[in-house]
Design a protein around this ligand. Structure first.
Ligand code: NAD
Length: 542
């Protein structure tokens, strides 16, 4: 293969509207009806083969939890071991395959997804993870397409980074895949996260064992089928569902573990890190550990801000996808001078949010993911209702009779350290603290120090000095910092995503920085005319 090739210049995939009368709406509605009328048997995929253990678990619709949409097979010890072996067996050929061929698989997957596979992935995400059509479209369609198309461009730019060379020598950098396999573990809340966690290391030549979250299994299975359809060779990504603890214990004990690509809660990621530390002597190399974890994302409002923009930032930032985005705003700091005029419209807009089944497109919010999440969120709401330190000003109703529904809820806390100002709840609950206008600077310090996390945050202000002050004081408080914008909705290639502190390793999904973690550079120096005399000129005394 001779040629210095370029991947097609990427642009972000346009978001379709699903407006009444549109072709995409009709197609999606038909696909929703079809998927809701079947139970998909989801196998493990190991070394390119579908494996069925017969030990299954049900995947239900969160908005109608009596309705099973998929039945997934659990891996046992044999299958877990086989998936690592399959990843190891595929490693050499895949890592040595020319990068153009590797990225072509992902470019093809992106085109299939932008076209004939779009409705399938969106419908599975809507039904399995309870997302409305728009939330599914920006996740399962657009973000995956962007990860793969823009990722291919990042890969090209990485491979093009070459060192300088003195006369007579030629220095080159090769960006090898890691020597081993990558363990990808994904959360329920974005189909695109699984597609990225497994797909991006694979694009860079690595083989992968991928364990998706139980409740995201259906859409993630379709991602796997999409990649197979696009030509991904057997064994490059091995899809493993089942007990996360047993799978992880085996996988993290393997000498060929070369990396972990994780997104989920801080607690689980910390346990991975600890296990890897304990297992260090068994590994061939130092595993790359990349994890994006929890958040307690903030909106801090200066008295100069536009109240209508603040209201919209809070409602959209806190309640879209039921607050189950790692970036969702869940604490806000409002100046006293604005509160009287903001409160009414904020309550009114929040109360107006329609809630129900995502197949009814008039619904803005849907159900939370499962019983465990429902119980946890409800316990915070119940505690706030009973507390003298907090008032629920809108929402608070919880009903799990048919689906796990929780009304978008706003709590006003009397202290900036009230529990719902500090803990990650991961649901449709926003807590507001109203601060005295004169305490703007102190409030910024409270925002910075309240939570161990540092994922996303936003400042709303018209006063430029206030924007500058907040940006400086909150320098380390958020890896994604927004000015007069809600803190959610990061776009691949535009706002590289991730946070530090307890929010993760900040290896920025959707940027070249992430891809760099999945390569191990080799420097090659070639001398054209090699010296033949061991003596250096300085050694001549005469
Ligand atoms: P989770 O931590 O419960 O699960 C994530 C993954 O880890 C799943 O695949 C799960 O099966 C697995 N897992 C769970 N317990 C495990 C254990 N003991 N051992 C091994 N594996 C285990 O998280 P979730 O509920 O799926 O997702 C919500 C969390 O993810 C929130 O904390 C959220 O902030 C975080 N998140 C972060 C980002 C980010 O980019 N920072 C993005 C999305 C979600």
């Amino acid at each position: 293969m001779n040629g210095i090739t370029r991947v097609p210049p990427p642009v972000n995939e346009p978001v379709l509207t699903y407006a009444p009368g549109s072709a995409e709406r009709a197609e999606l509605k038909a696909e929703l009806a079809a998927q809701a009328s079947q139970i998909v048997d989801v196998p493990l995929i190991i070394g390119g083969k579908e494996v069925r253990t017969g030990d299954t678990f049900d995947v239900v619709m969160p908005h109608d939890h009596g309705h099973v949409i998929a039945r997934a097979h659990r891996a046992g010890p044999m299958e877990i071991e086989a998936s690592v072996k399959a990843a190891d067996a595929a490693q050499r050929d895949w890592s040595m395959m020319p990068w153009e061929d590797r990225v072509a698989v992902f470019l093809k997957a992106a085109d299939l997804l932008a076209g004939p596979w779009r409705a399938k992935l969106n419908a599975a995400t809507m039904l399995g993870q309870s997302k409305n059509a728009f939330q599914a479209e920006i996740d399962a369609a657009c973000e995956i397409v962007d990860f793969y198309r823009i990722g291919a461009n990042f890969a090209e730019r990485i491979y093009a980074m070459q060192p300088m060379s003195d006369p007579g020598i030629w220095n080159r950098s090769e960006y090898r895949a890691l020597e081993g396999f990558v363990y990808a573990v994904s959360p329920f809340n974005f189909t695109a996260i699984g597609a990225n966690l497994a797909g991006t290391p694979a694009m860079m030549g690595n083989t992968v064992v991928w364990k998706p979250a139980h409740s995201g299994v259906l859409a993630n299975y379709y991602v796997m089928k999409l990649l197979e359809e696009a030509g991904l060779p057997a064994g490059v990504i091995n899809f493993l569902t089942g007990d996360p603890v047993a799978i992880t214990a085996h996988v993290l004990s393997q000498p060929t573990l070369a990396g972990v690509h994780f997104t989920g809660s801080t607690e689980v990621f910390n346990s991975f890190w600890k296990t890897i530390g304990e297992n260090m002597s068994t590994y061939r190399g130092y595993p790359r550990i990349v994890g994006e974890t929890g958040g307690k994302d903030f909106i801090v409002v200066h008295p100069s801000a536009d109240p209508a923009a603040v209201k919209t930032g809070i409602v959209r930032g806190a309640f879209e996808y039921q607050g189950q985005k790692c970036s969702a705003a869940s604490r806000a700091y409002i100046p006293e001078s604005m509160w009287a005029s903001l409160k009414g419209p904020l309550v009114e807009d929040t109360a107006s949010l329609t809630m129900g089944d995502p197949r009814d497109f008039s619904n803005f919010v849907n159900a939370v993911i499962d019983q465990k999440a429902f119980d946890k969120i409800k316990s915070y709401i119940d505690a706030a209702r009973a507390s003298d330190d907090a008032d629920i000003i809108v929402g608070g109703e919880c009903d799990d009779s048919k689906g796990w529904f929780i009304r978008p809820t706003i709590i006003v806390a009397k202290s900036p350290h009230y529990v719902t100002m500090c803990d990650e709840i991961f649901g449709p609950v926003m807590t507001i603290y109203v601060y005295p206008d004169a305490k703007w600077s102190e409030t910024l310090k409270i925002v910075d120090s309240t939570s161990p996390y540092a994922l996303t945050g936003a400042v709303f202000a018209r006063d430029r000095a206030a924007i500058r002050e907040a940006t400086d004081v909150l320098n380390n408080a958020a890896g994604n910092f927004y000015v007069n914008s809600k803190p959610t909705g990061a776009v691949v290639g535009q706002q590289p995503f991730g946070g530090a502190r307890a929010s993760g390793t900040n290896d920025k999904a959707g940027s070249m920085l992430n891809l760099l973690r999945w390569v191990s550079a080799r420097s090659i120096k070639e001398t054209f005319v090699s010296p033949t005399d061991i003596r250096y000129p300085f050694m001549d005394e005469a």
